[in-house]
Design a binder for this molecule. Structure first.
Ligand SMILES: [Zn+2]
Length: 287
């Protein structure tokens, strides 16, 4: 009797192991690209994944919320996030990253040259040093390859000053992801003055999906900028009943005038793009 019980348990354990292995192989082979705008409250966090590789752009304002979201979209056996991009050192973009650094192995961190004087930023920098995470300085022109997808950094410019600046939003990392005929533009909290400078440079800003800058603040997302990007969809990453009044009616008005479809994380939750291959349009779903 005792013997039979052991056999049963062993068979069960074996079945579990093979299921896990099947999962790993399936994920390893999957070339599907996913871009997920995570609903993390008042802040930004965007997960880009392909197979078992992940790039996380910003971490939102709350580590527990972000860990719960990553648990949903990163396979449980994958404890590595290949790259983190911190668009700028404001709390609503980096606070959640501390918990990620404690719980995942991060291979590289892309950040701008600007720093913050906040205690949070000091803790964040200490943790990066402690975990010996490789830092890559973001500068316009830098390209990041993820299998058949490519991300190009468009801001900050090479001449951006290093150190602490008054307005950290100014040097937000702006990145454009291209996967065949699909394109996404991530703008951090970039203000209108810097949108203008980007427009003066002759760079390709076109994208079907625009992550609206600064949670829909009225001081960003100008008409001229939208006319250059020409998005079909605008994603606004924003918290319910936030104290900033984001998104502003002015920014919403400029999007609506141009008949751009608006998806807000406070209303829709996570906004998920699944891109099967570079030759077909990505499918969108909300969760
Ligand atoms: Zn922000």
């Amino acid at each position: 009797m005792r013997h039979r019980k052991i056999v049963y348990i062993s068979i069960f354990a074996l079945a579990t192991i093979s299921l896990i292995l099947a999962g790993i192989i399936r994920y390893g082979k999957s070339q599907e690209l996913k871009v997920i705008f995570l609903d993390v409250g008042q802040g930004d966090a965007i997960l880009i994944s392909q197979g078992s590789s992940q790039i996380l752009i910003d971490g939102g304002p709350d580590g527990q919320v972000l860990m719960e979201k990553l648990g949903r979209y990163v396979p449980f056996w994958d404890r590595e996030i290949e790259m983190v991009v911190a668009t700028h050192p404001d709390q609503d973009h980096i606070e959640g990253l501390l918990e990620v650094m404690k719980n995942y192995k991060i291979d590289a961190l892309v950040e701008g040259t600007e720093q913050s004087e906040s205690q949070l930023y000091k803790n964040y920098e200490n943790l990066i040093a402690q975990k010996q995470i490789q830092k890559i300085e973001a500068e316009a022109g830098l390209k990041i390859k993820l299998d058949r997808a490519e991300i190009e950094i468009l801001n900050p410019p090479a001449e951006a000053p290093a150190g602490t600046v008054k307005d950290t939003n100014m040097y937000s990392i702006v990145a454009r992801l291209v996967f065949g005929q699909n394109s996404f533009l991530f703008t951090g909290d970039l203000p209108d003055t810097e949108e203008k400078k980007l427009l003066q440079k002759n760079v390709d800003l076109s994208a079907q999906v625009l992550k609206v800058a600064h949670h829909g603040s009225k001081y960003a997302t100008t008409g001229e900028f939208l006319d250059k990007v020409k998005p079909d969809v605008a994603i606004i990453s924003v918290g319910r009943n936030n104290r900033f009044g984001h998104p502003a009616d002015e920014a919403l008005g400029r999007l609506k005038e141009r008949k751009i479809n608006i998806f807000r994380t406070d209303e829709k939750g996570d906004v998920i793009y699944e891109c099967l291959n570079p030759d077909v349009r990505c499918q969108m779903a909300v969760n």
